[in-house]
Design a protein around this ligand. Sequence first.
Ligand code: MG
Length: 336
Amino acid sequence: MKLTYQPFELLLKHTFTIAKFSRTSTPVMLIKVEHEGHTGYGEASMVPYMGESFQSATDFLSKVDATQFKYPFNFEEIIGYMDSLAPGNPAIKAGIDIALHDLDGKLQNKPCWQLLGSDPAKMPVTSFTIGIDTPEVIIQKVKENPNCKIIKVKLGRDSDKDLIKTIRSVTDLPLFVDANQGWTDLQQSLDMTHWLHGQGVLLIEQPMLKTDIDSNAWLTERSPITIIGDESVQRLPDVVKAKGVYHGINIKLMKSAGMYEAHQMILKAKELGLKLMIGCMSETSCTTLAAAALAPQCDWADLDGPFLTSNNPYKMPEFNDGKWILNNAPGLGIKH
Ligand code: MG
């Protein structure tokens, strides 16, 4: 088994602003694993607020002994091995896990979605995220994406209602709202959920600080709209903690340390009666296809990574009627 990697700066089409910061690109580590003439591709997308970087990824990779990854792969042992090397680092662990899943599919000559038990016919439509911006740019972004069936809006500022009204002036598509922990006042938040409900909003992500469990639980109990935990839910042990605090959770491969653990999180959430959203960071087609392989097991998808970037190194996966199309190619089905 040979593991190689290459740093890549993934450029965003628009400066991305959420409640706490803005940026124009994302550092990505592209991973390759090779075995018996087959190559698996993975990606670690390291959005700055998650704390990983080219340096931390390189440090982690220098500890990895690729001869530990023996085929047939035991993904539970593989994640255990990676966790034993260093805590944290979920994105670079995900990059390796995704590459090994792609390779696994190629060695077995089966698509990853099939190996993970997904039904392509159950693919949910994916939302398209719009960052906080001027009304002119927001209107332009909505019009740029006629293929989109659900719009996701980043809230958490004083002008939240104006932002929604601007979007409503150009489209009546259903909306997802992401507060990114930006809401603080309980009563105001509850009033906002009712107002948003009237505006055709289907769900709200992470209304309050991830550490403020009581406030998030209070709001979830009273909100007319589904409340989803995102920043508060990273890996498998967090799923149990979300029960009673949120109606559902947002799983992202860059938080869950990859596809194996994301799948375990899906199974656990279903067992607990939690709703499921599968989301993304700024990512290339590689992680989008990896998440799409699991998306049919979730209620909602927010996998718009490739639409928001301008230098995706891979071909855009097939997208139709607001949904990613899973193909029958072995592995993830990445096209170069
Ligand atoms: Mg979110």
